[in-house]
Write a protein that binds this ligand. Sequence first.
Ligand code: ATP
Ligand code: MG
Length: 321
Amino acid sequence: MDSSASATDGFSFVIGMTVGGRYLLKRLLGGGSLGVVFEVQDTSDPSSSLAIKLFRLRGDEGDAMRARFLREGTALTKLRCDEIVRVFEVGQCDEHSALFVVSELVEGESLRAYLQRFDRIEPSIMRALVADLLAALTTVHAAGLVHRDIKPENIILVHTEGRPRAKLLDFALIPRSIDASVGLSNPGSFAGTLAYASPEQLRGVAIVRPSSDLWSLGVVIYEMCMGELPWDRGDSSETIEAILRGPVVSLHAIDGTMCEVVRRCLVRTAEDRAQTAPELARLSSAQGSANSLAKRDLRAPLALALMVLALAGWLVMCARQ
Ligand SMILES: Nc1ncnc2c1ncn2[C@@H]1O[C@H](COP(=O)(O)OP(=O)(O)OP(=O)(O)O)[C@@H](O)[C@H]1O
Ligand SMILES: [Mg+2]
């Protein structure tokens, strides 16, 4: 990958440059529609290894948007949760037309990469990942925040204790512009995110509530279970139309444990949808234990039936001799 990220608008970064007065750019990690991510070293601590996401300013942000970025970003620095990538600092560097977020550097793979590697996710791993994400959202929402961009690219998996653990990153601190009535006003920045956006996000409501994140999580779980998106029409406008008014998707192929969780997430009317992450966590653990109880309940009668069959076979053999 090229080791620099540059453009004519001042948004230009190369390895070796120091950003925000103390973050030395060491390695380009990747880039999305809104900016680029580098591994950095905090120059006050040569052993440090962090990540910085640099958001390109479009020029139409205005003071209110910058203020919101800094206010919400500062709130993120206060979150302490193993399932959320730790944010250390947010700031702006006007000379490069950028806003930035400095966070923990996570050595892992995105859920997107993981989904591309495996056709099917083990139900026990799936339940554990969903539990991680619900724990993350419980913390986010309890702090009065909404993530607003839950999608496989913004979930990073780290392998510990023999299983992948999910960590949430990349909160939508910069709004993506969309006007569903006339199509996308900034399609580039919404591509990849669109399929996970809640109906109210697509309608452009002013305040997005926690239940919007639960819709997006429902889309992610659906994709993990089915290997495809619930409403993907290829074309952006058609996908928006399908999410807002398309046929209700069938959930019958989804394992019982997750089916009810997805059903409670993918309700178009926000007020009728699951409202909190803890209620979904209770639902999925209750479903999980109901399933394992059902399995356990089946085990004893099955063993008895096998014993009866074996005994009957033995009796038949004895009678023939
Ligand atoms: N804290 C981090 N630690 C390690 N890798 C990171 C970190 N933050 C982001 N990355 C990686 O950097 C890459 C680019 O992330 P970025 O958020 O810019 O892209 P995206 O999520 O695909 O698109 P966008 O968020 O713009 O819609 C991704 O591969 C992501 O996994
Ligand atoms: Mg991202």
